[in-house]
Design a protein around this ligand. Structure first.
Ligand code: SF4
Length: 457
């Protein structure tokens, strides 16, 4: 039943009435740090128009940056176009991943089944592109009619002697985080579960960085200058051969924990690789993460070098941040992003610029993420999981946000409200990670918030 309620903050009279389903109340706290814990990690509420992506999208965005993999979507063309070149992931080699291949299932396939068509598509992919690995995604229609994608892939592996890995990801079978887990399973199916001798292990794997706008290259350069080897990125700018080396790493560092924590746990259980969580967004989190990586590797010289490196970078950035802070102090920000780690880093980044976060939410944040978020924000901040566009609009308007940070689905919402916008999602073309990202972020936020255009909207 839909009701219009006054959102609760202890100052309810100051709030605009926000239309929402009763079931949504547990996932929204209007009391910031002193509000209630956030219900999350569950299916979207039926009838609420969630901003969250589907299971298939979750799986595809994680696997897509593997540069020499072939991705076949077994479903209608819409599923394929929806996720075509979805990330601004850059490659230093093959660019096969930037194409989108699909069996384009139609009404005849629904009636007679699409397995033969899928087998023909795999044969054609092998003969024309010679891929080393093919990921086959079963989307909603294939799931509804019950095509046996697993058997088709198994037969194709025997026929062609290559890896052909099924990803059973009908959009209706859960939510985006389920797709992340399926992608992790597919990666494990590729790299195997044979542990590498720990005494010979070296370097790190970077999990959950997708090399958007070359961000992984920035982080890799920092690590290289500190004497830390990167075995492979999972999955940014990776390829099949590099992924097969992943078991050799001494440590996994997990940036986007929402998408990669399940894989990190499996790699710890099956391959004896420990993991730590990191974030390379903002001065504070970038510096802390680099030092934590150095400490986890246990080399005191590298720890010392890392601390000196971070201090040097911080000193370089101080005058730049000070300049932007003078132009941004007192502004208010709203955040709605995919995972909790990014929301946490963004709150800190805004704080560094003198900006207060007045609304923050994610598509797939965990209870642990939301506890950290609530500990960072002001008591008037709205914290919400798996929001609808209506909720975002109402809370942003009511809280007087000057800028929204989000992805492609949130951009039109901000512009229609006459509010500045910062794209911090897959599609962006400029790096926001590392120390160079701090500068880019401050520049972009300042240009967007202080643009003269808002006086005319
Ligand atoms: S919800 Fe289903 S039909 Fe829509 S994109 Fe996802 S898998 Fe395809």
């Amino acid at each position: 039943m839909t009701r219009t309620i006054a959102a609760h903050t202890g100052k309810a009279t100051s709030l605009m009435a926000v239309p929402m389903l009763d079931e949504r109340k547990k996932s929204i706290s209007c009391g910031g740090g002193s509000g209630h814990s956030i219900a999350c990690g569950k299916e979207s509420t039926a009838g609420a128009m969630s901003q969250r992506a589907c299971v298939f999208c979750g799986a595809r965005v994680v696997l897509n940056p593997i540069t020499d993999a072939f991705h076949i979507i077994h479903g209608p063309i819409g599923c394929s176009s929806y996720t075509w070149d979805i990330r601004g992931s850059l490659t230093s080699g093959n660019d096969l991943f930037r194409h989108s291949f699909c069996t384009d299932m139609n009404d005849m396939d629904v009636v007679f089944g699409g397995e033969k068509k899928l087998a023909r598509a795999i044969d054609q992919a092998v003969s024309t592109h010679h891929p080393k690995v093919i990921f086959v995604y079963a989307t909603c229609i294939a799931g509804v009619i019950g095509d046996d994608v697993e058997s088709v892939c198994k037969a194709a592996e025997q026929r062609h002697q290559i890896r052909c890995i099924p990803v059973q990801a009908p959009g209706f079978s859960g939510h985006k985080a389920q797709g992340y887990r399926l992608a992790g399973d597919a990666i494990m199916a590729l790299i195997g579960t044979r542990p590498f001798p720990r005494a010979k292990a070296h370097g790190i794997n970077i999990l959950g960085d997708f090399n958007l706008a070359g961000e992984q290259w920035i982080v890799k350069n920092y690590l290289k200058s500190l004497g830390i080897d990167v075995v492979t990125g999972i999955t940014g700018d990776s390829n099949c051969a590099e992924l097969m080396q992943a078991p050799q790493a001494q440590l996994n560092v997990v940036q986007c924990a929402g998408s990669m924590i399940a894989l990190a746990r499996r790699m710890e259980a099956d391959l004896n690789i420990p993991y730590i969580k990191v974030s390379f967004y903002g001065i504070e989190d970038t510096s802390t993460s680099l030092v934590h990586i150095a400490q986890a590797l246990g080399n005191p010289d590298i720890v010392d070098r890392t601390k000196r490196f971070c201090q040097f970078q911080i000193n370089q950035l101080k005058p730049i941040v000070k300049r932007y802070k003078s132009q941004l102090s007192g502004k208010k920000a709203a955040i709605f992003v995919g995972g909790g780690f990014k929301a946490i880093s963004l709150i800190k980044q805004f704080r560094e610029l003198g900006i207060q976060t007045v609304m923050v939410g994610t598509q797939t944040g965990s209870a642990e993420d939301y506890d950290v978020i609530r500990s960072l924000v002001h008591d008037d901040c709205v914290v919400l999981d798996d929001a609808t566009a209506t909720e975002l609009e109402k809370f942003m308007t009511e809280r007087g946000a000057d800028i929204l940070v989000g992805g492609v689905k949130e951009r039109p919402l901000a512009y229609k409200l006459g509010v500045a916008f910062c794209d911090h999602n897959h599609e962006r073309k400029h790096p926001l990670a590392g120390y160079v990202g701090v500068r880019n972020f401050a520049e972009e936020i300042n240009a967007s918030i202080n643009s003269p255009v808002w006086a005319y909207v």
